[in-house]
Design a protein. Structure first.
Length: 174
C-alpha cells in the first residue's frame, strides 16, 4: 500500500510518480490533485462561498463524478440542477453538458474524478500555484480565462455557448 501526506509530501518509500502534485487555484477554485496511479484522475477541490463554476461544458472522452464532502454544491447536468450536500454525488457521463456553483455563505469541499485519466493536465496548465501572491485573483484574470477558453479543447473539454445546445447525455445522481 502506498500513501501520501498533503502536508509533508510523499511518504518514505512511495514511488515518485505518486508524489503529491502542486495545489493550484483554477478559475477561483482551490484544486489539489490526488495521485491515483494513472487509470483515472481524482481531485480534491474547495469552492469558496458564492463562487461560480466554469461555463457549461462537456468532456468528449470522460465521465465525471462530483461528490460533496462538506457543504453544498449546485451541479447542472444536461439542463437539470442537482443540489448536492455532504455525502451526495452526481455523475456527468461523457458528452453531458454540466457546470456547478457554490451559492452558499461557506466554502464547499468536494472531490471529482474523471475516467479515463487525462483531463487533470487542464488543472496543471491553467492553474496558479496557491503560494503565488494573489493566486486566486490571478486564476480569474481575463487573460487566463481567455487562454482557458482557447486551450481547454486539448483536454477534451468542450465549452457550450448558449446557441450551441450541447452534448448528449443524461445524469445519474446519488
Amino acid at each position: 500500500m502506498t500513501t501520501t501526506s498533503p502536508s509533508a509530501g510523499p511518504v518514505a518509500g512511495v514511488a515518485a510518480s505518486l508524489a503529491v502534485p502542486t495545489e493550484r487555484w483554477v478559475l477561483g477554485h482551490r484544486v489539489q490533485p490526488i495521485p491515483t496511479g494513472g487509470d483515472y484522475a481524482l481531485l480534491s477541490i474547495v469552492t469558496p462561498a458564492h463562487t461560480e463554476g466554469p461555463p457549461p461544458h462537456y468532456h468528449d472522452d470522460a465521465a465525471e463524478v462530483l461528490h460533496v464532502i462538506d457543504g453544498q454544491l449546485d451541479v447542472m447536468v444536461d439542463g437539470t440542477w442537482h443540489v448536492l450536500t455532504s455525502g451526495r454525488n452526481v455523475i456527468a457521463p461523457a458528452g453531458a453538458v454540466h457546470t456547478f456553483r457554490n451559492p452558499t455563505d461557506r466554502d464547499t469541499h468536494w472531490i471529482t474524478s474523471f475516467g479515463p485519466a487525462g483531463f487533470e493536465g487542464f488543472f496543471e496548465e491553467f492553474g496558479v500555484p496557491v503560494d503565488d501572491d494573489g493566486a486566486r485573483a490571478a486564476s480569474l484574470a481575463p487573460d487566463l480565462i481567455g487562454r482557458v477558453l482557447e486551450g481547454c479543447g486539448r483536454y477534451g473539454m468542450i465549452v457550450v455557448l448558449p446557441e450551441d445546445g450541447g452534448g448528449a447525455g443524461g445524469a445519474r445522481s446519488d
